[in-house]
Design a binder for this molecule. Structure first.
Ligand SMILES: Nc1nc2c(ncn2[C@@H]2O[C@H](COP(=O)(O)OP(=O)(O)OP(=O)(O)O)[C@@H](O)[C@H]2O)c(=O)[nH]1
Ligand SMILES: [Mg+2]
Length: 303
């Protein structure tokens, strides 16, 4: 990883590090291991928003390693803690983009970061030499279409939009066909934010998903759930509802930079069975980064 990208992670994770995980590296590293270490560590992991289940699982695994490997210092414990945390993050599954166009749908609750992530992703792909079309299937608000248009101009990627007030499924269908006609490598469909508890809206996202397959057999090639890292454990409940509606392939974890609750990332694999594909580390165009397990764990603990 380049120095530049590593810095992006380090700076982006400052809040999570300062508020939560930094206290773990303060606790561990100077003394011998004793019973209070375990209690303190457990409390800090819960405060870092790993959730009770993941925390207890990590503590059990660490106790077993301390016993089996004969560890005696908290410094050694910190090293195995990092390894245990990394092992609780799934290997990111990047798309191979062999299908042309590869269709990606972004879904999530209101304000999670879909529209900005769509644009940042388009830019990332453009930088890798892939031509991309952005599709605004958020037809509820004219402002939503305008927002994607502004971002599309900013990242210099073309964009097509559905009719304001029109059917989001039709917008996705037309968008994919435009991607085929223009021979784009990737089509990214931005959908409206929807509360996971609203039946009609969840039915609608099923339709967008289904209609995509009619426009191009095999599509969508990925449906990614955009989660707001600042919502912590609550994001997991939303995720489960989206998973019940459509097949979700992975997570874009947005707003990691403004979150002190980054620990929820460790529950995404165990509780949802999903990999994190990209992370949002800021509000700028270049702040969406392919998820990197080592950079993440190092960034929250060591800085
Ligand atoms: N700091 C920070 N802000 C982010 C990040 N991703 C998104 N945001 C901000 O979060 C806010 C909402 O982002 P949008 O992309 O509009 O969210 P959305 O999911 O499209 O929202 P709706 O379409 O209304 O559901 C904006 O102010 C973004 O700038 C991130 O990674 N870091
Ligand atoms: Mg949006």
């Amino acid at each position: 990883m380049s120095e530049n990208i590593f810095n992006k992670w380090r700076i982006g994770l400052e809040k999570t590090r300062k508020v939560a995980f930094g206290r773990i590296s303060n606790l561990l590293g100077t003394s011998d291991l004793d019973e209070t270490t375990w209690d303190d560590l457990e409390a800090l992991l819960i405060q870092a928003d790993l959730g009770v289940d993941v925390t207890l699982d990590v503590i059990d695994a660490l106790k077993a390693r301390v016993r089996d490997e004969g560890l005696t210092t908290t410094e050694e414990l910190l090293t195995v803690l990092k390894a245990e945390l990394i092992s609780r993050l799934a290997e990111p599954q990047l798309l191979d983009y062999t299908t042309k166009p590869t269709v990606i749908i972004l879904v999530g609750v209101n304000g999670s970061g879909k529209t900005t992530s769509a644009a940042k992703l388009a830019r990332l792909l453009l930088d890798e030499g892939k031509s991309t079309l952005l599709v605004a299937a958020d037809t509820y608000r004219a402002a939503a279409i305008d927002q994607l248009r502004v971002w599309a101009e900013r990242v210099d990627v073309p964009m097509v939009a559905g009719q304001p007030g029109g059917d989001p499924g039709a917008a996705a269908f037309d968008g994919i066909n435009a991607g085929i006609a223009r021979q784009k490598d990737v089509v990214i469909i931005d959908t409206a934010g929807r509360l996971h508890t609203r039946y009609n809206l969840m039915e609608e996202i099923k339709k967008v998903h289904r209609v995509s397959g009619k426009a191009l057999p095999g599509a969508p090639h990925a449906t990614w759930l955009v989660l707001d890292a600042t919502t912590g454990q609550n994001a997991l409940q939303q995720a489960k509802a989206f998973q019940e509606a459509v097949a979700i392939d992975g997570v874009i974890l947005a707003k990691l930079d403004s979150s002190a609750k980054g620990g929820m990332a460790f529950a995404i694999k165990t509780q949802l069975g999903l990999p994190i594909i990209y992370a949002g580390l800021g509000e700028h165009i270049a702040d969406l980064q392919p998820f990197d397990r080592e950079a993440f764990v190092q960034g929250i603990i060591d800085g």
